[in-house]
Design a protein around this ligand. Structure first.
Ligand code: SAH
Length: 246
């Protein structure tokens, strides 16, 4: 499963700056495959590079083709974006649902395309019908059309979020010791240690403990301490005891 299985296809873009801004939006979210279908300005282009500001590698590696069919070669799932409702009803997703679908597909090693239309006219009905799903960003109805690179940013952000949600599992298995939660008995030993110190410094009167230790248990219980954090706390207690003895 990887974000590299997902391509962004820009159809007949008329402003080179939008191609650069798209590259930047993609690179920020970890996507790398940019495909241009019949753009008005071919790359390299100074305005595109200026707006890419650091995402030039995506522009250099961008593929330029003549037709949408070519851009979609090898794709298993195609998601086309549209700023407005079209006459022909099509399976419609919001960006979050679309991102979920895209990530699920990459998990199965499938290639995914998000398709974006022309600045002035969007995608044609014919182009939209080449897509498995349509995506509409739920913008305000009276002003529904986003700049194409802004639309790319929304979709790629949601894609990254959906991808990141698949990560905690990997993270948990990769953190061998450092960030593991401390165990119940480690916590109990800490409470005992802390209690002794609190008695020593007379913060806790054993004849009149009130609910101090209960409150402390509640406090540290909420913190869900890791082993590393527990070591720090135990270290502080030990050093405090040492300096009291001096
Ligand atoms: N006048 C055009 C707007 C095109 S905006 C139209 O009505 O279709 C350029 C591209 O940005 C669109 O083709 C689409 O890819 C994307 N886009 C803009 N606003 C969007 C929205 N609300 N939802 C999904 N995609 C959007």
């Amino acid at each position: 499963m990887s974000l590299s299985f997902i391509r962004v296809v820009l159809v007949a873009t008329t402003h080179a700056g939008n191609i650069g801004a798209t590259a930047r939006a993609m690179k920020n979210m970890g996507l790398t495959q940019l495909v241009l279908v019949n753009p008005k300005h071919l790359l390299p282009n100074p305005e595109a590079s200026a707006r890419a500001s650091g995402a030039d590698d995506l522009l250099q590696n961008a593929l330029t083709v003549n037709t949408l069919e070519e851009a979609l070669t090898g794709c298993h799932i195609v998601l086309g974006t549209s700023a407005r409702e079209r006459q022909i009803p099509w399976p419609l997703l919001n960006p979050r649902e679309a991102a979920q679908k895209a990530i699920e597909s990459t998990i199965n090693n499938q290639q995914v395309a998000f398709v974006f239309g022309r600045e002035h006219a969007g995608l044609t009905n014919e182009e939209l019908q080449q897509c498995n799903y349509h995506i509409h960003i739920p913008s305000d109805e009276v002003f529904s059309s986003l700049n194409v690179a802004a639309a790319v940013q929304v979709i790629t952000y949601e894609t990254r979020m959906a991808w990141l949600e698949t990560k905690p599992l990997e993270k948990a298995t990769s953190d061998k010791t450092a960030d593991q939660p401390c165990t119940h008995d480690e916590l109990e030993r800490f409470y005992k240690h802390l209690e002794q110190l609190l008695v020593t410094i007379k913060f806790l009167d054993p004849t009149q403990p009130k609910h101090l230790m209960t409150r402390i248990r509640k406090l540290y219980g909420k913190a869900q301490l890791s082993k590393v954090e527990m070591n720090i706390l135990r270290g502080i207690l030990t050093e405090t005891e040492k300096s009291l003895r001096k």
